[in-house]
Design a protein. Structure first.
Length: 255
């Protein structure tokens, strides 16, 4: 069994793979105060739901954008997984050349999504990840990471608006029945859902124009299910894109 762990700023997505079959996956809040022992306890609890223990895990691969948690997962591996952990970062084989001015600047999660998107499409593609930020990662038809776009995420935008506007508040992320809101609550939902959909379509249109060719856009991340259906230029939604990318990178580093 392989554990694939994507540690984001807000959520941690964990997948359990048996070869190329995803057996189970879970989403947890990312807690920057968590120690390696606490993380191990949480993992053990999740595995117990499938009648498994940490001893049944053959290896783990982690993509982390929170350095303190990356360190704790490394400690967890040394104590509970016999050191069988691969941390996505410099020196790890991804099979994808990075055509950035500063290749080391590419976040691990962005590269993992790019690998998975190209494996899925086999041609020019754009991975759109709705997380703490909205990441747009572009891959050429030759499988090269070209770069991308970073924008504030849905939760960040809602929190900022609620904090800065005295009479506005945070709302549940749901698609309102109409664009024109008949209440403040509905108006806020409309601005978030349709506003982000417009941003996504605008950026994807400009990226495709700059590329000069068609590019398949695949959405993933916690808010993709709400925003992507309102977008005209999103082609597919894959909630498991990052976990699949982690599995692919693990396989490329085996042996």
């Amino acid at each position: 069994m392989l554990l694939a762990i994507d540690v984001g700023n807000t959520q941690t997505h964990i997948g359990m793979w048996e070869h190329d079959r995803l057996v189970e996956h879970w989403r947890l809040a990312s807690d920057r105060e968590a120690t390696s022992d606490r993380l191990a306890t949480e993992l053990a609890g999740l595995l117990s739901l499938r009648g498994l223990t940490l001893k049944d895990i053959d290896g783990a691969i982690v993509s982390a954008v929170v350095p303190v948690l990356a360190h704790e997962y490394e400690l967890l591996s040394e104590r509970y997984l016999r050191g069988a952990l691969l941390m996505v970062g410099p020196g790890v084989k991804t099979g994808m050349p990075i055509r950035m001015d500063q290749p080391h600047e590419v976040g691990a999660d962005r590269l993992v999504n790019a690998v998975a998107a190209f494996e899925r499409v086999g041609n020019t593609c754009i991975a759109v990840d709705f997380g703490t930020a909205v990441n747009y990662d572009v891959v050429s038809s030759e499988g090269e990471y070209l770069g991308g776009v970073l924008a504030p995420g849905v939760e960040v935008s809602m929190d900022a608006l609620a904090n800065r506007a005295a009479r506005l508040f945070k709302v549940d992320l749901e698609t309102p029945p109409t664009v024109i809101g008949r209440s403040t609550h509905a108006a806020l939902q409309s601005g978030i859902v349709f506003g982000f959909a417009g941003q996504v379509d605008g950026i994807l249109g400009r990226v495709r124009e700059e590329l000069g060719e068609e590019a398949t856009a695949i959405a993933t991340g916690g808010h993709a299910a709400i925003i992507a259906p309102q977008c005209e230029l999103i082609d597919e939604v894959d909630d498991l894109l990052t976990l699949n990318g982690l599995r692919l990178i693990w396989e490329r580093n085996e042996g």
